[in-house]
Design a protein around this ligand. Structure first.
Ligand code: SAJ
Length: 424
């Protein structure tokens, strides 16, 4: 352990918390990971990660062996430490408003454990003004004064699963303090392993920055999806048009498709507008457009079934890909699942094949055997090399619906339709 280094507690050992705890521990800090799931605590303490991520097993073993990292579910173990880093989920409720109960619970746990002078960092993505609100909550619970008796910062994570340990080091980081001194303290701490640029600001700016990043992407994808609707009406291939438009030096149109999934893009625009009273029509509409894409893909499928006189109630549909994006096993908020939910009750059978998701068919061949239509819902690399003419021989009716622009040239012998492929 580094001499005189702060003792750190990481609350919530998930996709962000565990890698962050490991990075601090392997930089010489003494780290206590706090997690309410007992089985996760046990696993981590035995040197095994409960999440899949390149390099995590070696790095966790190193952190545990050095004695710098230990996990616990006992609140007594985290009392009186210098730094508390909160990495808990902030999901949406059914009605699309944020569920901040995990965050509030974590903040209350910290309020009980902290000492005068503690630094509290929120890494979770939160609605604007939340960090200030949480500071007030701590003041009420402890009698401490924010900015004087304790320091508080919003420091959003910006990493991509599959690249977490690289991006934790090399991505730039924002430290939004409730006071400038708070931001300063957090920046100094994270310099232990961050090699990317670091920026200091207020906690509300930092909250908004994180939410704007994903809202920017969501709104741009919605625009691309709207271009796709238009392309169908004008009988053109939107991808050809996008490629040509993108030759302009200041234009970068995103990719239309079956929809937008994952744990960030479908959620963050809602968090951004939640505390606001007005002025967010575009952001809301973009969400609605992106959420409507599975239904649009269903319309393509059903018009193809009609053209070939296949009654939907007799149709067998094979969906290729369940993950929310290519070469990932993550099915959270996946548009593939939304699509299946839309069609399931109206057809005879829906089969699925995803090379990364257990519980689906064993192979593409198995999934498409005697099927009437194949729907590509995820752009896995494996799907780009499919020999459609060979596969078509196994099918009862040859309909191919491409929701992810995986197939460049429609295969011979198929009725082909794709999102944005209005020319066929
Ligand atoms: N998608 C499209 N068209 C596109 C790009 C994406 O339909 O042109 C779809 C994808 O298929 C997927 C969804 O959008 O279903 C989201 O994919 P993504 O690759 O845009 O994003 P995530 O959710 O995996 O990660 C994002 C990233 N944010 C940005 O690129 C601004 C990542 O850097 C963040 O760390 C992450 O959100 C997060 O945790 O906030």
């Amino acid at each position: 352990m580094k001499n005189g280094a702060e003792e750190i507690v990481v609350i919530g050992l998930g996709y962000i918390g565990l890698p962050t705890a490991i990075m601090f521990a392997n930089s010489g800090y003494r780290v206590m990971g706090y997690e309410i799931r007992e089985e996760v605590v046990e696993k981590i303490n035995s040197g095994k990660a409960h999440i899949v991520e390149p390099e995590i097993d070696e790095l966790l073993t190193e952190a545990i062996k050095s004695g710098n990292l230990r996990a616990t579910s006992n609140p007594e173990d985290i009392a009186g430490k210098d730094v508390y880093i909160i990495c808990v989920q902030t999901p949406l409720k059914e009605d699309k408003t944020p569920d901040l109960s995990y965050l509030e619970k974590a903040v209350k746990t910290v309020a009980k454990a902290m000492k005068p002078g503690s630094l509290i960092v929120i890494e979770s993505t939160v609605p604007p003004l939340t960090t200030v609100r949480m500071a007030r909550l701590i003041e009420e619970l402890t009698g401490f004064k924010a900015g004087e008796d304790f320091y508080m910062v919003h420091a959003p994570e910006r990493v991509m699963p599959g690249r977490i340990f690289k991006e934790l080091v090399y991505n730039s980081r924002i430290f939004g303090g409730i006071t400038p001194e708070s931001a300063e303290k957090a920046e100094k701490l994270y310099r232990a392993f961050v090699k990317g640029q670091t920026f200091k600001t207020s906690s509300t700016v930092s909250e908004v920055v994180k939410l704007m990043e994903n809202t920017f992407r969501d709104v741009n994808i919605a625009l691309a999806n709207e271009f796709a609707f238009l392309a169908h009406q004008y009988g053109i291939n939107v991808f050809e048009a996008i490629e040509l438009a993108n030759t302009h030096p200041r234009v970068k149109i995103h990719a239309p498709g079956i929809g937008v999934g994952g744990h960030c893009l479908p959620k963050d625009p809602h968090l951004l507008i939640w505390p606001a009273k007005e002025g967010f029509g575009l952001i809301k509409l973009a969400r609605e457009i992106n959420d409507s894409m599975p239904l649009f893909t269903k319309d393509l499928l059903f018009s193809a079934l009609k053209e070939l006189n296949v009654p939907p109630e007799d149709a067998v549909i094979a969906v290729l890909g369940l993950a929310y994006k290519g070469d990932s096993d993550d099915t959270r908020n996946s548009p593939a699942l939304a699509f299946i939910e839309e069609v399931e009750g109206d057809v005879k059978e829906v089969r699925t094949y995803d090379p990364f998701v257990p519980g689906t068919s064993g192979s593409v061949e198995e999934a498409v055997e005697n099927a009437d239509a194949v729907v590509i819902a995820t752009d896995h690399s494996e799907f780009k090399n499919i020999d459609w003419e060979r596969l078509g021989k196994l099918m009862r009716t040859r309909i191919l619906i491409d929701g992810r622009h995986v197939v460049e040239n429609p295969p011979r012998g198929f009725l082909f339709k794709g999102v944005g492929r209005g020319e066929y």
